[in-house]
Design a protein around this ligand. Sequence first.
Ligand code: ASP
Length: 343
Amino acid sequence: MAKQVNILLIYTGGTIGMVKNYKTNALHAFDFNNLQSKIPELNQLDCKISTISFDQPIDSSNMNPEYWVKITNIIEDNYNLVNGFVILTGSDTMSYTSSAISFMLENLNKPVIFTGSQLPIGDLRTDAKENLITAIQIATATKNGKPRISEVCLYFEYKLYRANRTTKINAEHFEAFASPNFPHIAESGVHLKFKEHLLYHPKKNKKLTIRKNLNNNIVVLKLFPGISLITIETILNTKGLKGVILETYGSGNASTNSNFISLLKKTINKGIQIIDVTQCIGGSVILGQYETSTILQKIGIISGKDITTESAIAKLMYLLGEKIAPKDFKTIFETSIRGEITD
Ligand code: ASP
């Protein structure tokens, strides 16, 4: 007889875990314990679901690196006890959180599937049930005795994405996420179809290592025509600053104003890492493609290539926390370590 599949559901908060009291119209917390008795369809999956909920569920706007460590601690404590994890968070910062968790879990060989919903689980037209049931089904899926998924993913509205490629694109559509630079890796229709060639396969026999030292002394600096040098200077002189995500135009272009460039140069010379990430929803930074990025390349800016801002933030916090030697930092940042950029 096949061994029973065990799934751990981690509820951190967010709309998915809310139920409406139709008399008062107020939302209150859904109890995820004994989930199978509340959503009997789950019994068809032939798996055992245990649940750990945050004592105080949070709106995902309150998410932060301390909570990310809390999530990885739960994963670490249960890693050898279960076959996969489903993590429920609010959708607002789900791309940040799931990207961060993807960097924090090195040599992962089990599924970690994030999901949430736009409507509470008790609502008439809710997307919560489908997202939850299919996320659990994906976490239980195996092929030749091995998990189908062995990476951190995000499931929403019939699509499974590599988490660190996603971004939230809509505040009200059920299709709230996109993965502009990497195709979705599975799709739920009449059949659950995995795109085998896109799935991440871990290096065999490597032990899971959890990276918990995140350095959040970073900033996202979004350029816009008319941004003042004083503003830029003030931001770059922030005490303790270690890294900057510079959101540039198009394929990584920025003003060639000499005062601006010399501010960036001074910052880099102080040992602060500056990553060039495009403001565009899709496409890649290509330093040197235009004159307006050649100078950035010359002064030693790091190319974020086609990384999302969410993922760049997570990767920067992670790499700064790992105390990478300054001479290696650029090469490591520009190399894919969890499938977050196209090499
Ligand atoms: N504000 C909610 C949150 O992100 C929205 C949601 O759950 O999707 O926590």
